[in-house]
Design a protein around this ligand. Structure first.
Ligand SMILES: C[S@@+](CC[C@H](N)C(=O)[O-])C[C@H]1O[C@@H](n2cnc3c(N)ncnc32)[C@H](O)[C@@H]1O
Length: 339
């Protein structure tokens, strides 16, 4: 039975009502995270119309007559099939999960084409060699913090698959961070959240992932935590120092993150308030929310290490509160990804 329409329908109901769903983040390394994929997860991704449209627009513009390498093709070979439909000459599709071999083959068979073979290689891309160089690097191994599924290290390595002047789809991706007021939810949302396997208890100094995090909670202009322009070189270990000025009086209890994918200049996907497959990581820093006045400053020192299959992150936060007449500090380190 094809369950894709049912999955898409249920997802649309959550999106239409902006139901706030919360899960505690698992700290999985890239191998364990990839192993945790299910057919349902691929179906949810395929029902994300914002993401699908942006990628399809760019694939249709770029791949005709070109050789494509699709890193992380997933259990439905979703974007490899888009490339075939758009007239690519060949797609070399790499997927970590061999357990989806049958589903990948069945999906590819739905778009049979004499002109564009889709060749599938099983394993982590850093362990794979291709028989020829490609003109396009396609991937969507981008996490809720864009780098937490390994995209920075994976693309850096995958450049060895490419001819000079190759095109990257997406062109870039990044993550933004922002101080937030406490997350409050209606009872009806909490009940739905429990029904879909979420948690209603948000623990301080633990990462959570929140679907439909309200953008009205953002207390300042978000700051750029990381940005990878794939055609350029970039470091895998770096520090960022950000300063946020509160744009109104209110309460602050933590940080929220959102990712952005620049598929190309005209097609940008963001998890800031849009109905997309990516929830927002939420880190509650202060058990008791801190009262702030407009203009109060939060400083955030960020450390990012993407050199291994276990991306890791650290934040040190200092918040000067005028109403409380004190500076509140908190720090947290975490690693990996996983919902
Ligand atoms: C977010 S899903 C995207 C699937 C598909 N491309 C799509 O857009 O629907 C990421 C997929 O990439 C795979 N993956 C992630 N990193 C990989 C890597 N470095 N090498 C091979 N597969 C990878 C995961 O197992 C997963 O199936």
């Amino acid at each position: 039975m094809n369950t894709q329409p049912l999955v898409a329908f249920l997802r649309r109901q959550l999106d239409k009502r902006k139901i706030v769903c919360v899960v505690r983040t698992k700290e999985l390394d890239n191998y364990a995270f990839n192993s945790s994929y299910t057919i349902l997860a691929y179906q949810l991704l395929a029902s994300d119309d914002v993401r699908g449209k942006a990628y399809r627009n760019v694939i249709n513009k770029v791949v005709r007559g070109r050789k494509v390498v699709d890193v992380g093709t997933g259990g439905l070979a979703y974007m490899a099939r888009m490339c075939r439909e758009a007239g690519a000459s060949i797609v070399h599709a790499i997927e970590y999960n061999e357990k989806f071999r049958d589903s990948i083959e069945a999906s590819i068979a739905t778009t049979r084409s004499e002109d564009c073979p889709i060749k599938v290689y099983y394993g982590f891309s850093t362990d794979i060699n291709l028989p020829e160089s490609c003109d396009v690097l396609l991937q969507q191994v981008i996490g809720t913090i864009s780098s937490n599924e390994g995209v920075a290290r994976t693309v850096k390595d995958a450049k060895r698959f490419l001819n000079p002047g190759a095109v990257f789809i997406p062109a870039a991706c990044g993550t933004y961070v922002c101080p937030t007021s406490p997350l409050e939810r209606k009872w009806s949302h909490k009940i739905v959240n429990l029904l879909v396997g979420g948690t209603n208890t948000i623990e301080p100094l633990r990462m959570h992932e929140v679907l439909h995090f309200p953008t009205s909670n953002l207390m300042a202009e978000p700051g750029e935590m990381e940005m990878f322009v794939f055609s350029e070189d970039y470091p895998l270990v770096f520090d960022r120092k950000l300063e946020f000025r509160m744009d109104r009086d209110g309460l602050v209890d933590g940080l929220v993150f959102y990712m952005q994918i620049v598929v190309d200049r005209d097609n940008v996907v963001s998890s800031r308030g849009e109905n997309v497959a990516w929830p927002n990581p939420y880190l509650k820093l202060f058990d008791t929310p801190v009262r702030v006045a407009k203009g109060d400053v939060m400083s955030v020192d960020i450390h990012v290490d993407l050199a291994t299959i276990q991306p890791s992150y650290g934040v040190e936060v200092s918040l000067s509160s005028t109403p409380e007449g004190r500076t509140c500090r908190a720090a947290h380190r975490w690693a990996g990804a996983g919902k």
